[in-house]
Design a protein around this ligand. Structure first.
Ligand code: ATP
Ligand code: MG
Length: 354
């Protein structure tokens, strides 16, 4: 049975839906990410799970038990916030032990868990410091340790890394993942950073305006987005309308501003007029006689990123349509700025109907 289950959870503020019919599950030990733009309802969902908000409709189940009417302190969840919310008058060790004291965990057990956490989070030298004597990254690690030592049924993270610099974010990201695996923690992790979601998650839930757009593994979400919102929100996608006609055997004739292409898709199109997309890295630079599904672009800008080059281009026949491409080698750009690309049949993804 799933450790955490939301069943058609709805939360309204006035006429506004912060969560609308939200259903998903997290298995024991699973790392589930809620991903979506600002205001889409991520924090509200965490608060519904923790019990700080009451659902207007639907059920929250933890360990198979409906907890709709269980107060926050009786739900075995722990929340780790964006702002670290450490107690300013308690030192590092007392901050970490706070939840354990509340739960009346035996003193010897408290000390054992504290020492393990201090070691894991690399906080031993800071154990008697006050929060205002710590850097942002150190405070964040204390907040993580404080949440984890209580061994909650479900641990809720609300953008815990957003105040950290890029380098520290990567190392703390790694630590969170490592610890959640080590303790088999069921984690619900909120972020609006798609790279973070792709790197950390067992399962990603893409949210938009209080509703779920798609649930899937990072690979599914990236490679098989179901609509324009998901395709565009996760990674970069070249999206356009197309007329699609079946040729049998999962092959389709696809007509769009790029020309007439052949696509291979195991997923059938929703209609004969749909949106399609492809990722910048899927198109391959080709010479005039090689490659299927060819199209020519006019290069507007290139950005050398070291290991790859980003190309911004338009179609000569559609100067307003902006295309993003990505190459592993810096291309030779001819005088007329035109480059020809080829798109593998499997790179064309079918999105929703127009
Ligand atoms: N207590 C509240 N009263 C009224 N409206 C609220 C309340 N809490 C949240 N909302 C509204 O619900 C919507 C979702 O808010 P929420 O904080 O869940 O978004 P979020 O996805 O966490 O955004 P962010 O990425 O900016 O943190 C917002 O429009 C917000 O204004
Ligand atoms: Mg939020």
């Amino acid at each position: 049975m799933a450790k955490l289950m939301l069943n058609k959870v709805t939360k309204k503020f006035g006429d506004f839906y912060a969560a609308k019919d939200v259903s998903f599950e997290a298995e024991e030990g699973e790392f589930v990410t809620l991903l979506g733009p600002s205001g889409c309802g991520k924090t509200s969902l965490l608060k519904l799970i923790a019990g700080f908000y009451q659902a207007d409709d639907g059920e929250v189940l933890i360990g198979g038990k409906n907890v709709n009417f269980v107060p926050p302190e009786k739900r075995n969840t722990a929340m780790c916030f964006q702002s670290y919310a450490l107690f300013p008058h308690l030192n590092v060790s007392h901050n970490i032990c706070y939840g354990l004291q509340q739960k009346k965990v035996a003193k010897t057990e408290q000390i054992a868990r504290l020492n393990t956490a201090l070691k894991q989070m690399d906080l031993e030298v800071h154990k008697v410091k006050m929060p205002n004597q710590l850097s942002g990254g150190q405070q964040q690690r204390v907040a993580l340790a404080r949440a984890m030592v209580t061994r909650p049924d479900v641990i809720l993270f609300d953008e815990p890394l957003s105040n950290l610099d890029a380098k520290l974010r990567e190392s703390v990201r790694f630590e969170i993942k490592q610890l959640s695996r080590q303790y088999n923690l069921t984690s619900i992790y909120v972020t609006h950073d798609q790279a973070e979601a792709l790197a950390m998650s067992d399962k990603i839930i893409v949210l938009n305006k209080g509703s779920i757009e798609q649930i899937g593994t990072p690979q599914e979400i990236y490679h098989q987005p179901i609509n324009r919102f998901v395709a565009d929100f996760i990674g970069v996608a070249n999206i356009t309308q197309a007329d699609v006609e079946s040729l049998g055997d999962n092959r389709y004739k696809v007509r769009s501003i790029f020309g007439e292409f052949i696509a291979y898709s195991e997923k059938a199109p929703e209609s004969s007029k749909i949106y399609i997309c492809f990722r910048p890295e899927d198109a391959e630079l080709c010479d005039a006689n090689g490659g299927e599904n060819q199209f020519t672009v006019e290069v507007k800008q290139t950005a050398f990123m070291g290991n790859l080059t980003e190309v911004q281009a338009t179609l000569p026949q559609q100067p307003d349509y902006k295309i993003r491409l990505q190459l592993t080698k810096f291309p030779h750009i001819p005088e007329d700025n035109k480059l020809t690309f080829s798109l593998p049949q499997t790179a064309i993804r079918f999105l929703e109907a127009v």
